[in-house]
Ligand binder design. Structure first.
Ligand code: HEM
Length: 492
């Protein structure tokens, strides 16, 4: 035994030496010899992606990125090959350019790697072609056709709130806004709710698991090549091991049943199927399921996070709450306020913009890859392959754009039309350029109708009066568990 160890010892020493040399050389090359070595930033970011992973796990990437920009200026090196650009001009120079999206987005191919959707398509040209296929489903003229069905979901939502009210049970808005956003998404995408509101519970822990999935995405996006062996492995789907299987199962069943039933309404799937019928050469069938899944991944958590941020901040800002209530009461809105009515309420719209600004659901930077030949951004040249990311949180806290009180929730800042138009140029909660959110019309409709209806119909009080909840932003920014008592104020 001793002899054997003796024989292997030199090899072990050699291997350890080679490994240490490799690590040291990688460290030196990344930290001092890279084309972005002169850009300041956190130490861990100068040679690795550890800084990003650490803060994704801790849940405050956005706060840390803002702090780094306030310390160092417009450029911060947040990864060995990634620079966060914090100036509003980056919206035009980075996001509105046609640079490919960073590989990080590949992680969004779910349920498995065969389903490349808009979010996970990183090639700008292919992405733009795919967008053309799905645009009809997201157009306002299509989304508005679903308004009656959204009203149905909102009525059911109020019925459940009324039951909780009568039972004097607290309402966990972090859960209930999720139930609402998921069920609306199912209704609009494939005419089928997931049943979260109906059952008043997180079926199969699907929603709780989307939070774990958020952390997975934020971390594994850096190691996207391993995604195919992990969650995007078709075997995971085959053996029903996806943590959010109820959501995928419902989507799969809804899309599948469509092929057997032509008595369907014009939901998003139907729009996409029509595109495929007209242009079978440019859209594969699996793209339809991929787009449905992308909707659920991108369009439920985000709406829920915005509603949470809005109500959470309104409960802490009595003046804004009462102004909004006054506006909504005086408008004599329909039972379920119509989208058209809500667009005529300037303070409501100001509150929504402010919630999107101060607690933007997406907490990560939006990464783009410098193409062949390099690019010049804010007057500085970047070499091919460098990742430039723009974090909406950083832009949204620029004091020269949004005012000295940019860190505070203050809807009134949007009430002056000229100032509002100017600030809107830097409001990028929905992204910008070819990768921007196609679901923003639907999101606007959901946010406007839900907020107007709840503010008019209920008094809402936090159970732990005045207690603050820290927002967690592993992926989408949400405060966890802030129970409230609701009492009905408007008679049905
Ligand atoms: C308040 C609600 C929402 C916010 C703040 C939001 C925000 C965003 C952002 C920041 C992006 C990424 C942009 C980028 O990578 O450059 C995005 C992409 C996307 N969103 Fe939304 N979103 C919301 C609601 C929705 C809804 C309701 C849907 C579905 C109807 C949706 C579907 C998508 C899709 C499919 C993408 C991928 C687009 C692409 O890469 O081309 N989103 N969203």
């Amino acid at each position: 035994m001793w002899m054997e160890a003796h024989i292997y010892a030199p090899f072990l020493k050699l291997a350890t030496g080679a490994f240490l040399a490799f690590i040291s050389l990688t460290f030196i090359r990344r930290r001092w010899l890279s084309s972005i070595s002169d850009i300041p930033g956190p130490f861990l970011g100068s040679f690795s992606v550890i800084w990003q992973i650490l803060h994704a796990i801790k849940g405050h990437t956005e706060e840390e990125t803002i702090a780094e920009h306030r310390k160092h200026g417009d450029f911060v090196r947040i990864g060995y090959n990634e620079v966060s650009v914090g100036h509003p001009d980056a919206i035009a120079e980075v996001l509105k350019s046609q640079m490919n999206k960073g590989d990080w987005y590949r992680i969004f191919s779910l349920p498995d790697s065969r389903y490349v959707n808009l979010m996970s398509e990183v090639d700008a040209k292919r992405h733009i072609a795919k967008t053309k296929n799905v645009t009809p489903g997201y157009a306002f003229s299509n989304v508005i056709k679903a308004e009656g069905y959204i009203d149905g979901v909102l009525r059911l939502f109020e019925e459940r709130l009324d039951s909780l009210c009568e039972a004097h049970s607290p309402v966990n808005f972090d859960e209930w806004f999720n139930f609402l956003a998921f069920d609306i998404m199912g209704e609009v995408t494939f005419s089928k709710q997931f049943g979260f509101i109906d059952q008043g519970r997180d079926i199969g822990d699907a929603i709780a698991n989307t939070r774990a999935l958020g952390i997975y995405v934020a971390i594994m996006g850096h190691f996207w090549w391993a995604h195919d062996y992990l969650l995007a492995n078709p075997l995971i789907g085959y053996f029903n091991l996806q943590p959010t299987m109820h959501i995928f199962d419902t989507a799969l069943a809804a899309v599948d049943s469509r092929s057997k039933n032509d008595q369907v309404r014009k939901d998003m799937i139907e729009e996409w199927m029509n595109v495929r019928k007209k242009h079978p050469e440019r859209m594969e069938e699996k793209e339809i399921l991929a787009a449905a899944v992308a909707n659920i991944g991108a369009g439920a958590d985000t709406v829920s996070a915005t509603l949470q941020a809005l109500f959470y901040n309104l409960l802490r800002n009595e003046e804004a709450f009462m102004t909004l209530r006054g506006e909504v009461d005086n408008a004599h809105l329909a039972d379920v306020p119509t989208h058209e009515e809500t667009q005529k309420l300037p303070f409501l719209q100001a509150c929504i913009k402010e919630a999107l600004r101060i607690h933007t659901p997406v907490a990560n930077g939006l990464p783009r890859v410098v193409p062949k030949g390099g690019v010049t951004v804010l007057g500085r040249h970047f070499e091919e392959g460098v990742i430039l990311s723009v974090n909406p949180w950083v832009i949204h806290r620029r004091r020269e754009v949004f005012g000295a009180d940019a860190d505070l929730f203050s809807p009134a800042r949007w009430m002056d039309p000229a100032r509002s138009r100017e600030m809107e140029k830097s409001l990028i909660a929905f992204g910008a350029g070819y990768g921007q959110c196609p679901g923003k019309h639907l999101a606007q409709m959901e946010l406007s109708k839900t907020t107007a209806m709840l503010i008019r119909d209920y008094d809402i009080k936090q159970v732990d009066k005045g207690k603050s909840w820290r927002f967690e932003t592993h992926f989408t920014a949400v405060p966890y568990g802030w129970p409230c008592y609701v009492t009905r104020r408007r008679k049905q």
